[in-house]
Design a protein around this ligand. Structure first.
Ligand code: AMP
Length: 294
């Protein structure tokens, strides 16, 4: 078992953490980074556990990044539970927490001089329904990666498209030479609902309905046949709508490019992706479709 840090160091200033981690690297530590927006749950903590299990010097960050929110009310209502987050991280053996203010992340303001070239990835799914979201994600990740310069970057497959975007960012910036991207499986509540900070905002009646999202994905995965996709998805979409969900999308996409699949040959590696509102809260989830048994 790798040693567990007993005391977690907290840094607020960008320059201080950059210098400290440089020293840490010189001493031979391998850095494992877990960027978050806080309101931590077991899904976040599983990323941290992966870093600890790998023997990394674990660095978590909590920063609710304003530039990735296309909806101002989503930003204003984003849950903040800093004291509890600190307690959780420390109790789970996190070595260091970076807790910056916006001016530490964006000392020159949030204006971007040029957009990141994310290609078609940016137009699809989350990119389409949340314009500017992935540019904001890249902006904050570029800054955080520049400061932390991790050997390992741990991110959750719950945000599948974000994983693709950040991998592209690593390639675009050449940071893929120093940082290995490690995608981690989605942690779920006992009833199947993907853990998410936003789940805290669900009123009890919606929380009861919410597992239907994952049940729908599982049922599509189990029943999908080669051939036309849309007609197979319609009843599932209708069922969600009938139970009070307002889907932005429920679709099959190529697992690598995320291009929509209209005709599935039964072999193409694919994901079922969903985003839907339940009341005011927008939930996303996905499952991998295994190849069809011919
Ligand atoms: P967030 O705080 O929502 O920005 O998430 C921070 C990191 O935790 C991202 O890499 C997410 O993909 C990951 N994450 C969020 N929810 C889960 C989950 N249920 N299981 C695994 N990873 C998650």
């Amino acid at each position: 078992m790798p040693p567990i840090a007993l005391i977690m160091i907290i840094f607020h200033e960008a320059e201080t953490i950059r210098q400290y981690l440089q020293q840490q690297r010189k001493k031979g530590s391998r850095l494992g980074f877990v960027p978050t927006m806080g309101a931590l749950h077991e899904g976040h903590l599983a990323l941290l556990q992966n870093a600890i299990d790998a023997g990394d010097f674990s660095v978590a960050s909590i920063f609710v990044n304003p530039t990735q929110f296309n909806d101002p009310s989503d930003y204003q209502k984003y849950p903040i539970t800093i004291e509890e987050d600190i307690r959780l991280l420390e109790s789970r053996g996190c070595a260091m927490l970076f807790l910056p203010s916006a001016s530490e992340i964006y000392p020159n303001g949030t204006e971007m001089s040029h957009p990141y070239d994310l290609g078609a990835l940016e137009q699809r799914w989350e990119g389409r329904y949340r314009p500017g979201h992935f540019q904001g994600v890249c902006q904050v990740m570029d800054r955080l990666l520049g400061l932390v310069q991790p050997d390992h970057l741990y991110m959750g497959l719950k945000d599948y498209q974000q994983c693709q975007v950040v991998q592209r960012l690593l390639a675009l910036t050449g940071r893929d030479r120093e940082t290995l991207f490690i995608p981690c499986p989605t942690l779920r509540e006992a009833d199947g609902l993907a853990m998410s900070s936003r789940n805290r905002r669900l009123p009890a009646s919606d929380r009861e309905k919410a597992p239907l999202l994952y049940q729908t994905l599982q049922s599509i995965r189990a029943s999908l046949q080669p051939g036309e996709v849309e007609k197979q998805l319609i009843p599932h979409r209708q069922h969600l709508i009938g139970r009070g969900f307002r889907p932005d999308y429920l679709a099959l996409a190529d697992a690598r490019t995320l291009e929509e699949i209209h005709q599935w040959d039964g072999r193409q590696e694919a994901m079922v992706l969903v985003a839907a509102y339940l009341g005011e809260v927008r939930l996303i989830d996905n499952v991998e479709v295994l190849s069809y048994k011919f």
